[in-house]
Design a protein around this ligand. Structure first.
Ligand SMILES: [Cu+2]
Length: 142
């Protein structure tokens, strides 16, 4: 009985170890096909809300033919959290300035990664499709 419990525990850990997706709380978007966490369709992040635990690296992938950005809202980050944006900008105003020069854009198939080190809720937007409501949230738990 004891041995059986041990084996069951082991296979569970092995399965989680094989897939980064299973280790996180979030469920990857349908458009990701195994190589991203959050996909980007023609006009939406997929999924719009994604949950992970602290220390997790989230990968966005442009799974559409349109150009998109991943741009954090500077005012919608936990205190002490690092700013993030495709293009490597260190603030939302800098990212918006950069976008005017077409910087920070992710074209079809491009990926962007960010590691979330502080718990809390992070709001972000795709700058070219902000008016169309292309926004997302990452919820990071302890
Ligand atoms: Cu977009």
């Amino acid at each position: 009985m004891k041995r059986r419990t041990y084996l069951a525990g082991l296979s569970g850990a092995g399965a989680a170890g094989l897939s980064g997706c299973l280790a996180s709380i979030g469920v990857a978007g349908d458009t990701c096909d195994g190589d991203c966490d959050i996909g980007m369709t023609a006009k939406d992040f997929d999924p719009q809300q994604y949950e992970v635990s602290v220390g997790t690296t989230v990968t966005w992938k442009n799974t559409s033919s349109k150009g998109h950005t991943v741009t954090a809202y500077g005012g919608r980050l936990p205190e002490e959290a690092a700013y993030f944006a495709s293009g490597g900008f260190d603030s939302e105003p800098a990212a918006r300035e950069g976008w005017k020069r077409n910087e920070g854009v992710l074209t079809s198939g491009d990926t962007y990664e960010h590691t979330f080190e502080v718990a809390g809720e992070y709001g972000y937007v795709c700058l070219p499709h902000e008016n169309g409501g292309m926004v997302g949230t990452v919820v990071v738990t302890e």
